[in-house]
Design a protein around this ligand. Sequence first.
Ligand code: MD6
Ligand code: FE
Length: 216
Amino acid sequence: MLFADWFESPQPGRREALGPEAYVLRGFALDYVPRLLPELRAIQQAAPARHLVTPGGRTMSVALSNCGQLGWTSSRDGYRYTAHDPDTGKPWPPMPAVFLELAQAAAAQAGHPGFAPDACLVNHYVPGARLTLHQDRDENDLGEPIVSVSLGIPATFVFGGLRRTDPTQRVPVFHGDVVVWGGVDRLRYHGVLPVKEAEHPELGRLRINFTFRRAR
Ligand code: MD6
Ligand code: FE
């Protein structure tokens, strides 16, 4: 097995620009991790991660859950935000206070004070899972930023332009890193390369990504 013996950013505290209004905040979530993980376990119990089908009929390799007032789901009928988990019929688990605190602090650090997310996707990647290039455009107000938190084993985030065929940059993301983007960068194509085999001391063979959005 290929074993990565580093899981955290080499330069925590650094803010790297990916675009005029897109940043990686290295290690920004590390101080929150002890409070995030018990909440993550509770969400996994209440709304187990599942592999959704895309409108094109493909089953996603990423397993997904949500917390917050609204959750993002996909089916043969399209993408949508719903107030209830279609698998259980119950409301999505509420967004834990520490999640909100982290998302607001990260957004503020990247120039978006007052961010009030109503949706948090919880993506689960085992080694081999990937996310193909896409735009996030199912939200009502594209003036609101997105805050994306990486935990567990590392991955390579692919960041493109406003057209699918634009050149892309590859950004390694580590346990505790946070990506924030908005404004002119809000509709840039992005994805995640197939995750490499690794085992994280706290999360095992898993990468978790929280994506905070204002959906409505
Ligand atoms: C992921 N993230 O990192 C997938 N979207 O697992 C996203 O698709 C994403 O990180 C919009 C903004 C930031 C993101
Ligand atoms: Fe996305």
